[in-house]
Design a protein around this ligand. Structure first.
Ligand SMILES: [Zn+2]
Length: 75
């Protein structure tokens, strides 16, 4: 795997505790690192390295909608 800032971020224990909001089986919601472009800006990361939805396994694709629902409720 090439260097990946998202995967590096997930491996950093201090970042995990400072920014992580919700962790599910396949997804992590986290705060945007400061300075955030907008107040409340969230990021949704996959827990494993993915280049995008084309790489989703069936269980990841099936859980995507639930992750969107969880994220929409984080207000
Ligand atoms: Zn990655």
């Amino acid at each position: 795997m090439q260097n990946c800032g998202v995967c590096d971020h997930h491996r950093s224990a201090s970042d995990q505790f400072n920014y992580e909001i919700v962790r599910t089986t396949h997804w992590v919601f986290r705060h945007h690192p400061a300075p955030a472009p907008l107040l409340g800006w969230l990021l949704l990361d996959s827990r494993r390295h993915l280049s995008g939805p084309i790489d989703f396994q069936p269980d990841e694709a099936a859980s995507w909608g639930k992750a969107m629902q969880i994220g929409s409720g984080l207000v």
